[in-house]
Design a protein around this ligand. Structure first.
Ligand SMILES: *Cc1c(COP(=O)(O)O)cnc(C)c1O
Length: 468
């Protein structure tokens, strides 16, 4: 449209708010979003247009019809009410995808927790005595049960667990830690910085590739409050290497009367060796070494809500619970419920691998994944989409088990219309949103990370993202 004085709007051309809201064009908006909300957003949209007109941004009269304004306000309202957190089908093959919310929760645990959340719960009451009690007392006894620890407690996440352990045990004192364990988990979580924030003085020992138990022992002085081992969650040091084992550190700690703490990160309750994850000792195994404290995440290999579980000696756990940081880091009731019901799934480890989705994905046999891949390919063909099957690997991810991979069969789709990036974007923007990998200019879908029943939805999503 060419710009002439006659089709350019002036402030006087802006319609009245009340008239707009009462117009037929706005009826659907008012009906869907409610009168107050729709009126408020319409007022803001008119203000915005008034500024554009004043700034000579040339608003056309055709943009001020009730229909055009209804469309404009509709877009504003859709932005506000549209999905922010939305459901995602994870076909990336990364089981614990940090950007996709890490562990999907067990439906049974969520159902039980939601009932407690929408009603009142006995969060801080002992039902038998009617007296006040600790909010995490019940869940702690379950953590003790499944880890074999003498005592347990829980805070908001494992980063908080590390922080409070350091502060409660070693404020103003030395913490001896290997140079190989100066981990950055991501963001601003870097072990040396965490120590400083916790008030600890870091004493680095050994070399990047080799640290012996003697290196820790030689660094012990009157100011030493802790020997700390940190899981190298997201990297592996390979080649000419040596790392003091937890057993060796426990032996040094016992002899010199210094607590030994292991920041384990991912931490699995069940043994993952049968599924090919060979280098990860379980939490119960580590507790059994006699380590004074071990902490691990709730939403990594454990497969539960975001939380940081701390297990070990009762005297130290009591000290942590008395620390002022504890109140700031305590879990809310929904987390505690989710944790309780997830822990209950672990009481029988033989069924936990099926009941906990993260473990189900890890333990799914390669042959079963291949069968699912073949079935998806066959059904996609009916929609006119050609997918070839390739052997590949899935990852556990989430800053755990670096370098360990699970065999899988992926579906590779070379052509879904347009570039692979454009097709991947259409899949991400769909409902449900689908995330896959792009490799060698093709879309790659790993069925290992699909949850039960998602195959049909994935097929429908791929078919509707097709654009030839
Ligand atoms: C993941 C991880 C953390 C942080 O745990 P969050 O639960 O993400 O807070 C801390 N230490 C190690 C070794 C980790 O792997």
């Amino acid at each position: 449209m060419t710009k002439t004085a006659s089709n350019i709007a002036t402030p006087r051309d802006l319609p009245k708010l009340d008239a707009l809201i009462g117009s037929a064009a706005f009826a659907a908006i008012v009906e869907t979003h409610g009168r107050d909300f729709a009126t408020g957003e319409t007022r803001l949209a008119l203000d915005e247009l008034r500024h554009e007109i004043r700034d000579d941004k040339h608003v056309f009269l055709s943009e001020l019809t009730p229909e055009a304004l209804a469309a404009r306000v509709g877009r504003r309202l859709a932005r506000l009410t549209g999905p922010i957190q939305c459901r995602v089908i994870n076909a990336t093959g990364v089981i614990l995808h940090t950007s996709l919310g890490r562990a999907p929760l067990a439906p049974a645990a969520v159902e039980a927790a939601m009932r407690e959340a929408v009603e009142y719960s006995c969060l801080e009451l002992d039902r038998a005595s009617g007296k006040r009690s600790d909010r995490d007392k019940l869940v702690n006894s379950l953590i003790e049960k499944v880890t074999g620890a003498e005592a347990a407690t829980v805070v908001n996440n494992n980063a908080a667990a590390t922080m409070i352990i350091l502060n409660a045990l070693a404020d103003g004192a030395d913490v001896v830690c290997s140079r190989a364990h100066m981990v950055e988990i991501g963001g601003s979580y870097r072990m040396p910085d965490v120590m400083r924030k916790a008030g600890c003085h870091l004493v680095e020992v050994g070399c990047t590739n080799k640290t012996k138990a003697k290196d820790y022992e030689d660094a012990i002085t009157d100011s030493t409050a802790m020997l700390l081992k940190v899981h190298t969650s997201n990297y592996a040091i390979v080649g000419f290497t040596e790392e003091a084992s937890l057993e060796e550190l426990v032996e040094v700690g016992r002899r010199r009367n210094i607590p030994v703490v292991y920041d384990l990160g991912a931490g699995s309750i069940v043994d993952l060796k049968p599924y090919g994850i060979t280098r990860e000792p379980t939490v119960p195994e580590l507790v059994a070494t006699g380590a004074d404290l071990v902490c691990f995440s709730g939403d990594k290999l454990f497969g539960g809500p975001q939380a940081g579980m701390i297990v070990g000696r009762k005297g130290l756990i009591d000290k942590i619970k008395k620390n002022a940081l504890f109140r700031m880091m305590r879990c809310d009731k929904v987390t505690l419920s989710l944790l309780e019901h997830t822990l209950k799934l672990y009481l029988d480890t033989s069924t936990a691998t099926q009941a906990v989705p993260t473990l189900a994905a890890i333990s799914r046999p390669a042959a079963q994944v291949a069968k699912l891949a073949r079935s998806i390919a066959k059904r996609l063909a009916k929609h006119g989409v050609t997918a070839s099957l390739h052997e590949s690997t899935s990852q556990i991810g989430g800053g755990s088990t670096p370098g360990e991979e699970l065999p899988t069969t992926v579906l590779v789709i070379d052509q879904l219309g347009g570039s692979p990036d454009a097709a991947a974007k259409r899949l991400r923007m769909g409902t449900p949103s689908v995330f896959c990998r792009i490799e060698n200019d093709a879309l790659v879908f790993d069925p290992r990370t699909l949850l039960p029943g998602q195959d049909a939805e994935l097929i429908a999503a791929i078919a509707s993202a097709r654009q030839y």
